[in-house]
Design a binder for this molecule. Sequence first.
Ligand code: SF4
Length: 257
Amino acid sequence: MAQAVERLEISVNTPAGQVTTPVEVPVGFVPVTEIVPLLRRMGEQALALEQRRAEATGQRISCRMGCAACCRMLVPISAPEAFALRDKILALPDAQQRTRLDRVSAARARLDQAGLLSRLRDIAETDRQLSDEDMEQTNRDYYALRLPCPFLDNEICSIYEDRPAACRELLVTSPAELCQDIARNPVRPVSVPVRMSTVLAMLWADLTGGPVRLIPLPLALEWAERHHTERERTWKGSMLLEKALEKVGRFLNYCKM
Ligand code: SF4
């Protein structure tokens, strides 16, 4: 039986303008994955406002389907998204699921060969709060491999509707060819009003008492598998929404400072 829901409309002021969206809040208890689609949607709406601002100044977005140069960077994914991704992969028909899992294994083997796998596992599991500076060298070393994301098929994302928030946040206005070497070329990204992967990671930290954890995407499925009992925990829908919006507010305030 479908859960009873309360229908609301929420508005958030971002640097790009106000985002307003209808939301159905479950009256009962739900897992944290329930909040993921709403936050991703709000993030996309905020980014669309930012995109319009860029276009109003004569800039054009160069990102197009089939251009996946940025799918060679290390994508950080929050725990709620890792659980949602595992649910998605487990719901695929057997053959598709096998293909995905094989690609993930192949990516892990490549990372192991390059001496990066254990470093990424430490990042996924540490209880220490990592800073952007802590991640800098690992991000560089990962990008140097030019390892295609295991969810990339013929330069098209195979989980497009379910792709992580971080993947939705990278739009550029510089010529597409510059993205072939993001580390060296003067790539111009559209500024991101609110990073929902971080917001979701802050929410998970609050719910579980751990650090604001961002998991390297190629390890997201194994991380979610190892932590699957946490996936079963539930919280009141209204409480999850309240906490999530508070994290959005904290993120926006922090960025103003
Ligand atoms: S999940 Fe999709 S969009 Fe994100 S890096 Fe992988 S292939 Fe690219």
